[in-house]
Design a protein around this ligand. Structure first.
Ligand SMILES: C=CC1=C(C)c2cc3[nH]c(cc4nc(cc5[nH]c(cc1n2)c(C)c5CCC(=O)O)C(CCC(=O)O)=C4C)c(C)c3C=C
Ligand SMILES: [Fe+2]
Ligand SMILES: [Fe+2]
Length: 348
């Protein structure tokens, strides 16, 4: 029986209020986030993390003083592990969780994976849409730490799954449930809200925004609601640089002007954390009330939705079938799209 290690990646979050500043430092000191030479980046990261810590601490205080992201991810790892145990390929899968900016960090997880002594390591970022700032950053850190831990097993990298059937069905199901709860109210506008990115990063070839658009198109197609009123927008801007838009805040203002109720769908997050529980549920809900939005609702993230977990298991189990590179698993990876780092030519 072959032994397979599946490593799930996510951003990580502080586990207490004192961890907020070092967590932020790790984030801003990442060359994928602040693209400056090491010594300058280090100083800027020290400065920004110190300045942002009190604001971020307020955010985490609203969630009881810690991020729920690790608990959420551990639940997903357990569900995926149970789903993989039903596989028919006779292999044994053990699921690990590695966070980018707070514990469990890649170095410790790589040592655990080494001790498990797998025949193959399968890397699966919990970001459906690939970005240089998220998946790529985690994968690069993993490559360094796996090397340092002496892992020599074959490694398969699953880069992204923006239109994977289970992921799309899970969101479609959750949206339908929310719409049902809103029956009797005026039909809402759907705001597909994704984490934003600095515009310069997208202009540099990051496929994230394009993949977010693919996700939303697939959900809208599966929803099949005639004349569906929906927009894509981007939340969580940080710092003074220009970010991709439209901003979720501006779309909330527009809904107020149009007298439209809102149903917000967080399409780039697969679990609950500060960006959903505080930014969407508290800050933007308050903004919607201020702007005169008649009603404001939010669809939960897919977390352990059975269709999503089955979809992830399918990506893992089908990883070798019909793929052009070791990371490829879905139809959005034409051969010209090596590593999912640029858009296919016809989409540009
Ligand atoms: C400043 C640059 C940032 C970029 C670029 C960025 C991209 C990005 N982030 C996520 C997912 C998450 N981000 C989360 C928190 C968070 N993100 C940034 C900054 C950038 N993110 C900060 C400073 C923080 C900390 C909170 C805050 O101070 O506002 C989280 C939540 C973590 C938690 O709650 O514990 C997630 C998840 C994506 C998907 C993304 C680009 C595609
Ligand atoms: Fe972020
Ligand atoms: Fe890919």
């Amino acid at each position: 029986m072959a032994r397979k290690a599946v490593v799930l990646f996510n951003l990580g979050g502080p586990d207490n209020l004192n961890a907020v500043e070092p967590f932020l430092f790790n984030l801003f000191n990442d060359p994928a986030i602040i693209r400056l030479p090491k010594p300058v980046r280090f100083l800027i990261a020290k400065l920004i993390s110190k300045r942002r810590a009190p604001i971020a601490q307020e955010i985490y205080r609203k969630m009881g003083g810690a991020s729920p992201l690790l608990d959420e991810t551990d639940r997903q790892a357990k569900a995926l592990s149970e789903q993989l145990a039903t596989n028919l390929d006779g292999d044994q899968y053990q699921v690990f969780v590695a966070m980018r900016y707070w514990h469990p960090r890649a170095d410790a997880v790589a040592r655990e994976v080494k001790a498990y002594d797998p025949d193959e390591v399968i890397l699966l970022p919990l970001y459906p849409q690939f970005s240089t700032t998220t998946s790529d950053s985690s994968l690069k850190e993993w490559a360094r730490e796996a090397d340092r831990a002496g892992i020599s097993a074959a490694t398969t990298t699953l880069c992204c799954y923006p239109t994977e059937t289970g992921f799309i069905s899970a969101y479609t199901d959750l949206i339908r449930q929310s719409l049902q709860k809103m029956e009797g109210e005026d039909a809402p506008r759907l705001l597909f809200s994704a984490h934003g990115l600095p515009k310069k990063i997208v202009d540099g070839g990051d496929p994230y925004q394009w993949q977010v658009e693919q996700t939303v198109a697939a959900i809208a197609a599966e929803l099949a609601v005639a004349d569906l009123d929906y927009r894509i927008c981007y939340q969580s801007r940080v710092g003074p640089v220009e970010w991709i838009g439209p901003a979720t805040e501006d779309e909330i203002g527009r809904a107020g002007e149009d007298g439209k109720s809102l149903l917000v769908v967080p399409v780039a997050f697969v679990s609950e954390h500060s960006e959903t529980l505080v930014e969407l549920d508290v800050e933007y809900a308050e903004l919607a009330a201020e702007k005169g939005v008649p009603a404001y609702h939010r669809v939960p993230t897919v977390t352990c939705h059975p269709a999503f977990i089955k979809g992830l298991a399918g990506i893992v189990l089908n990883r070798k079938r019909g793929c052009h590179t070791s990371h490829c698993h879905d139809r959005l990876c034409p051969k010209s799209f090596v590593g999912c780092k640029t858009q296919p030519k016809e989409q540009e």
